[in-house]
Design a protein. Structure first.
Length: 239
């Protein structure tokens, strides 16, 4: 789904300007005579959090007003779309989209999650943060098939869902997003900590996640919260 929103970019610039372009790891850069061609080449990495271990210490800096945390409600999805679009407005592929396209892409990604396209929602572990009379953040976890180390992770299950899916599957942190007005306050980590508590109560022992190469803030967030990088499936190294 996310890969559908990447756009190739053709820039009519000189070769000197081409060499000065900032690079983004999600794109391949080429100069073809009179223009630069930027072609999407997104690469995702897998990470795993051991839920049997204590999480690293965190420091949630509450904003001026109180913040409350609660479970997911059906009516939340309509409010998620603009929040999601704002949270990822500087992250590819959303950063290259016009405002209306960004909202459309956000709605499509959320709909895929809501309808089970990323695996069944583990609703009891999805947490919503409210502040200033509105939703300011959320974490959404889904159930994916358990894969061997070094294999691709996704939420594709056989149809119908196997009877033992909930016993053999693995929870996956599919989305965590926070209002850009509250970025850097530790709210995402606080949402994760509360989701981890719910996942432990549900009997899960680990939590999978996926992040894009080039999204440094996501990479650092996973590292800071104790996720362990897993082998890249396309690498010749399997450990």
């Amino acid at each position: 789904m996310l890969s559908d929103w990447y756009r190739s970019l053709q820039l009519p610039i000189s070769v000197d300007l081409y060499h000065q372009l900032p690079r983004n790891a999600a794109y391949k850069y080429e100069y073809l005579g009179e223009y630069a061609l930027l072609s999407p080449r997104p690469k995702t990495y897998n990470a795993l959090l051991d839920l049997t271990q204590e999480m690293p210490a965190r420091n949630f800096i509450a904003p001026s007003g109180p913040v409350t945390f609660r479970g997911l409600r059906a009516e939340d999805w309509a409010e998620f779309t603009p929040l999601f679009a704002g949270a990822f407005q500087r992250v590819q592929p959303f950063a290259s989209l016009a405002d209306n396209e960004r909202l459309e892409a956000s709605l499509a990604c959320l709909e895929q999650t809501r309808t089970g396209g990323d695996g069944p929602l583990i609703e009891t572990t999805c947490i919503v943060a409210e502040g200033e009379g509105r939703i300011i953040g959320a974490i959404l976890n889904t159930l994916i098939p358990r894969r061997e180390v070094g294999e691709w992770w996704d939420g594709t299950w056989p149809t119908p869902l196997p009877a033992d899916a909930w016993a053999t599957g693995r929870p996956h942190l599919t989305w965590v997003f926070v209002s850009p007005w509250h970025a850097g306050e530790g709210l995402g980590s606080e949402l994760l900590a509360r989701a981890v508590k719910a996942l432990r109560a549900a009997g899960f022992s680990d939590l999978a996640s996926t992040f894009l190469l080039g999204n440094e803030s996501s990479t650092l967030w996973h590292w800071r919260n104790g996720f362990r990088l897993m082998p890249y499936p396309a690498s010749l190294r399997k450990t």
